[in-house]
Design a protein around this ligand. Sequence first.
Ligand code: SAH
Ligand code: SF4
Ligand code: F3S
Length: 473
Amino acid sequence: MKLPSLLEAKKRTNNKINIVPEGYVLNENYKNLGLGKTYYVKTYGCQMNEHDSENIKAILETMGYKEASEFEKADLILLNTCAIRENAHNKVFGMVGRIKHLKESRPEVMAGICGCMAQEESVVEEIMTKYKFLDIVFGTHNINNLPNIIATSMAKKSLEVEVDSIEGEVYENIPVKRDSKYKAWVNIMYGCDKFCTYCIVPYTRGKQRSREPKYIIDEVKELVNDGYLEVTLLGQNVNAYGKDLNINYTMANLLEDVAKTGIKRLRFVTSHPWDFNDEMIDVIAKYDNIMPYIHLPLQSGSSRILKLMGRRYTKEEYLELFNKLKTRIENVSITTDIIVGFPGETLEDFNETLDVVNACKYDSAFTFVFSPRIGTPACKMKDDVSIEEKNQRLYKLNDLVNKYALEANQKYLGKTVKVLVEGYSGKDESMLMGYTETMKLVNVKADPKNIGKIINVKITDVKTWSMDGEIVD
Ligand code: SAH
Ligand code: SF4
Ligand code: F3S
């Protein structure tokens, strides 16, 4: 048993992080532990979690487990959770209720919780008192030890909790089972040191640890060899890449070196405006295979609120960066994240957010009502805006965001764009779906033989969240 500790998670040490090329070793005794059994991993949250699930699935397969087609049929169920807002919590415990029900008819089923919620003291306490029927809980720093955790729980036939609050070494050989054959996530850094005052991520993911450039570049080269067309470099704050390595190598250098591997499409998320420098903009503008799409979270348009959020840029600085990106990168599409109802946000503050949205006319935006997270500074700030008022601000903001999203899409009508076709459309099985270079979702009328290819598509209809089109030569 290792329980999470918020006090530990808050600590930042100067200890050098060891990068261990062959750190992951599967104990011989666990190689057949999952033989004849199936697993089901349900993923919540961000791309980081999606990619962690790809590691988790691969580890389970090295133990002999196979993927189950549905949750009810699996012998091992894992919920890879997100802690960013309170509603994530409710969704997960709803699912835990379904697991309890399933275990009544199939008591042999093993189930567990991992990911960012597992890093929360209060969540693990809740599990240990109310949900003891679960079998394993493990944290974001404990994925590499999953076989051992499963084996321990099997042997003692009770709940096994293993959550380290402080990040460990970076292992370079954790296996991965990628969800797609065409596009891949590649971690370039783990953790986050920005400590935005509302955010739990620095505590659930530990301090910033960049991977060494050579491992990232080799991974992308291998993906290119395997026929992958698109790579997304992942980090909570990719623009700060390399700062912790002390090797005088930045995100601009990395982007350039990865672009040179010849991968057809290169993307990266997420860009904190704070570290977005001119060198990076130059590289993005220079390489055709770096996609003209940037997710640039605003959070608030009020400099007063931005300061309280610890974002370290003002409204004016954000707008300056935004305009620079728009002028220097041809045809760039920019999306954002916005929080409304941060403690003490006045109507004037909120109106400033609307001003920025009116100025930037984002291609799209993810909008949220502030959710207090235990252990973060914002959780203790005085908050006198009612939830009704916050929800009204969210509706108003969404109306504006949707208006501009539709306007941005309307510019594509009649144009021909390149789409990487990923598969069948979820809404209409007779159509295919994929994304443009600018990250627009397109439903395409085309022969299924085009799945896995980048094709030219003429846009015939546009909506707020997607477009329709047909293949052209
Ligand atoms: N690292 C990214 C953000 C990751 S979290 C960045 O800094 O841009 C994704 C988004 O969730 C954030 O951009 C923010 O808009 C939102 N978010 C984070 N914490 C939140 C909270 N406590 N309440 C509401 N929204 C939050
Ligand atoms: Fe959270 Fe800020 Fe780090 Fe993003 S940069 S993960 S919002 S602390
Ligand atoms: Fe959620 Fe953890 Fe990602 S809190 S947003 S899954 S880093």
